[in-house]
Write a protein that binds this ligand. Structure first.
Ligand SMILES: Nc1ncnc2c1ncn2[C@@H]1O[C@H](COP(=O)(O)OP(=O)(O)OP(=O)(O)O)[C@@H](O)[C@H]1O
Ligand SMILES: [Mg+2]
Length: 268
């Protein structure tokens, strides 16, 4: 099972991705949680401590690793020759940090891989890693992406089972659904789903439902605006640890269930 979580900035991607990873882990699956956001914060939604987080170096920022794997010769020779097929099959085992509920966290980091054909070594490493995770292993993962749609493209998403687009009831967050629809051919994931978040009123719900229908993106569910999710962020703990039975956590549990059904039976 290979799932990516995307959406506009601040809509709740990390909250959904982290909670989903742990709930899938509780079901007995070994889950690799991949943080592909340069301002990585998935650790917090997974319930890791700030002390652990302070020691994280995203793979793409690990210069020794990038140099070693891409065999870059000489200092600062990024314009020179480097390997295009670096070894990546051991990176999850070597660098993933154990987290609660059968989850481990791999902080991949990111670079502008969607844009102007960046051929830098760290982008090459990340692409190779993503290709390996998607096509080269049967490891289940949930990936927390950076904000927006710029880094969505064949290189990162082809072969994934599902792309969850988290949205809140607001124009700019919902516009991402339209952008994703336009990108669909390039994205090439198994299925694209919308997830409503921070829903407070029936108008909010209606706004999300309507747009998902217009863009023909199936809606997996709605997560209510939840005071204990906010509180968990203020206290620096995972929402699932602060209040596992809050309305928001319950809703993500139901979304997980529907996602599993849709992945196992895409035509349902
Ligand atoms: N359902 C919810 N109810 C209340 N607060 C929420 C809810 N979902 C997320 N939040 C809060 O909204 C803020 C943004 O959430 P989160 O970090 O998950 O979003 P994000 O999309 O990953 O953001 P970024 O684009 O910065 O990575 C956090 O403070 C989080 O606690
Ligand atoms: Mg985030």
């Amino acid at each position: 099972m290979k799932i990516a979580v995307a959406g506009k900035g601040g809509v709740g991607k990390t909250t959904v991705a982290g909670t989903l990873a742990r709930l899938l882990g509780r079901d007995g699956l070994k889950i690799l949680a991949v943080d592909a956001d340069p301002s990585y914060s998935l650790w917090s939604a997974l319930g890791l401590s700030a002390d652990v987080a302070h020691q994280i170096v995203p793979l793409t920022e690990n210069e020794t690793l990038v140099k070693e794997r891409l065999k870059i010769e000489g200092a600062g020779s990024y314009s020179g020759f480097f390997k295009l097929n670096p070894r990546v099959d051991d990176l999850a085992a070597k660098f993933a940090i154990p987290a609660p509920d059968n989850v481990s966290l791999l902080v991949a980091g990111t670079v502008d891989i969607g844009g102007s054909g960046c051929m830098c070594p760290s982008a090459t490493l990340l692409k190779a890693l993503m290709r390996h995770l998607i096509l080269g292993t049967d490891e289940a993962f949930v990936m927390d992406m950076d904000a927006g749609v710029e880094n969505l493209g064949r290189g990162t998403t082809k072969g994934m089972d599902a792309l969850l687009v988290v949205t809140e009831p607001g124009r700019r967050a919902l516009d991402i659904l339209g952008k994703i629809k336009k990108l669909a051919a390039d994205i090439d994931v198994g299925q694209v789903f919308a997830v409503g978040n921070k829903v407070a009123t029936s108008e909010d719900e209606e706004m999300i439902r309507e747009r998902a229908e217009t863009e023909e993106i199936p809606l997996l569910g709605m997560v209510p605006l939840d005071e204990s999710i906010k509180e968990s962020d203020r206290r620096g703990v995972a929402p699932l640890d602060l209040n596992p039975h809050s309305p928001g956590m319950k809703a993500i549990g139901e979304i997980k269930q529907r996602l599993l059904e849709r992945i196992s039976n895409p035509s349902a």
